[in-house]
Design a protein around this ligand. Structure first.
Ligand SMILES: CC(C)(COP(=O)(O)OP(=O)(O)OC[C@H]1O[C@@H](n2cnc3c(N)ncnc32)[C@H](O)[C@@H]1OP(=O)(O)O)[C@@H](O)C(=O)NCCC(=O)NCCS
Length: 158
């Protein structure tokens, strides 16, 4: 009985000893370029990250669609398509849906958008100073935009 146990124990010891030792992956630390939180990485990786997962995801969410839109606008801008589409939509809203008034907001520096509103016959009704904020200043405070309001009534639509 004792010999039998000894045999099993020695076999087990041998098999564990012969197993290859798995090296712990080397983990280094660096700060995220956006928020400064630590990022842990293995120097053997092909790509060493500069941003933490949360900041990377936030950046992708904020930039993926505008990038595509910008490219598309460059391809099709300045050809009258925006006017044609907006004109047809206004016509539908006023004449089919019985809408009484349409208004539009645009930033004071967005000249193409203001020209489009004016081509559609919209009136410039006012300028709201420091109206809305989409981004922050470098010091972290909200950066407020000046917003122009345009509008047109059904009775003004021809
Ligand atoms: C706002 C926006 C849609 C306007 O687009 P746009 O290309 O300037 O508008 P249109 O398609 O109506 O094109 C009008 C221009 O094409 C010119 N054009 C050329 N051929 C034309 C044609 N056959 N018929 C009519 N206009 C023509 C017009 O003269 C006009 O130029 P102008 O503005 O220098 O006078 C565009 O600038 C845009 O997508 N901007 C980014 C997003 C944005 O700012 N959205 C609004 C947020 S408030």
């Amino acid at each position: 009985m004792f010999n039998w146990l000894k045999k099993i124990f020695s076999r087990k010891t041998e098999s564990v000893a012969s197993m290859p030792i798995k090296e712990e992956p080397k983990r280094l630390e660096k700060p995220c370029r956006t928020c400064g939180k630590p990022i842990f990485y293995d120097p053997s990786w092909e790509h060493i990250p500069n941003y933490c997962k949360e900041c990377k995801r936030k950046y992708q969410d904020e930039h993926s669609i505008p990038k595509i839109m910008k490219r598309k606008c460059l391809d099709y801008g300045g050809k009258g398509y925006a006017y044609e589409a907006a004109h047809a939509y206004f016509d539908y809203l006023f004449n089919q849906k019985g809408i009484r008034r349409i208004y539009a907001y645009t930033e004071d520096y967005n000249v193409p958008s203001q020209r489009l509103c004016e081509r559609l016959g919209m009136r410039r009704e006012g300028l709201f100073l420091d109206f809305v904020s989409f981004i922050n200043n470098p010091d972290g405070t909200p950066h407020y935009e000046n917003t122009v309001q345009y509008a047109i009534l059904k009775r003004e639509w021809k």
